[in-house]
Ligand binder design. Structure first.
Ligand SMILES: [Zn+2]
Ligand SMILES: [Zn+2]
Length: 250
């Protein structure tokens, strides 16, 4: 079963929610055999999201369309205020920033030199813990994004990761398998296989996302991931409708 819940139909503002712009994303989803396609725009485009327009395209396609949101989690964020007026199917919580350091943005790459890698990972995990504790989200986006530009920890992160995953389990959150990392200097998906194996052993549910910012990246590598995840022992993936989880056999 193929689903892609992490698609940016507006990219970083290059497109908008018009039928002409959205249709190519849906066409790619169809050509890749997706059953569920979820648009999850960045929250800074909140007011430009056109729920009705996307829902009106449902009659044109067998792919089940969903509308989510990828929220840039910041400590103290008022997520209830952010979303109560909007009928989202799901919210992805993502950490992209450590005190003004936009660590996944190429313009900030030199800032890595100012950090000890272990301290950077610890700071990232602290923000991730705040995200998990916030009770705002359904999905934890790209769990180990801090590796995006190839910064690797010196000591094992698995003890800290295990603590975070236990918290994710307690909070009934879903971990996203995000294939975009393969096309970044990190060279592999988020999260890495050792973290996914921990998810499996803790029985944490997973979902799938390409993080596409253009139509031809919709569903990228997800069929391969389904095979790999099956080999790891996963049996199902989760999608969301109206903030309620739906479980599908892989
Ligand atoms: Zn993100
Ligand atoms: Zn994204």
């Amino acid at each position: 079963m193929l689903a892609d819940l992490h698609v940016h139909g507006m990219a970083h503002g290059e497109f908008n929610h018009s039928k002409e712009a959205i249709r190519p994303f849906i066409e790619y989803a169809e050509s890749r055999g997706l059953e569920v396609l979820g648009f999850a725009e960045h929250d800074w485009f909140l007011e430009e999201i056109k729920f009705e327009l996307i829902r009106s395209l449902q009659v044109e396609t067998p792919v089940s369309l969903r509308v989510g949101l990828e929220v840039d989690h910041r400590p103290g964020l008022d997520c209830a205020g952010l979303t109560k007026e909007y009928p989202f199917d799901y919210l992805i919580g993502s950490v992209h920033e450590i005190d003004g350091f936009l660590f996944d943005h190429p313009d900030y790459i030199e800032v890595y030199e100012q950090w000890d890698s272990d301290l950077l990972y610890a700071a990232y995990f602290e923000r991730l813990e705040d995200l998990i504790e916030s009770d705002c989200y359904d999905i934890v986006g790209h769990f180990d994004l801090i590796k995006v530009f190839g910064c690797r920890p010196k000591k094992s992160i698995l003890p800290a990761v295990t603590d975070l995953l236990q918290l994710i389990k307690q909070k009934h959150l879903v971990v996203e398998v995000n294939t975009s990392g393969r096309y970044k200097p990190a060279g592999e998906k988020y999260p890495s296989d050792d973290i996914l194996l921990l998810c499996r052993s803790l029985d944490i549910p997973i979902t799938l996302g390409s993080d596409a910012h253009m139509p031809r990246h919709v569903g990228r590598d997800l069929a391969d991931q389904v095979e790999a995840l099956t080999r790891m022992g996963f049996r199902e993936i989760v999608t969301f409708k109206g903030r309620k989880p739906e479980f599908h056999s892989l």
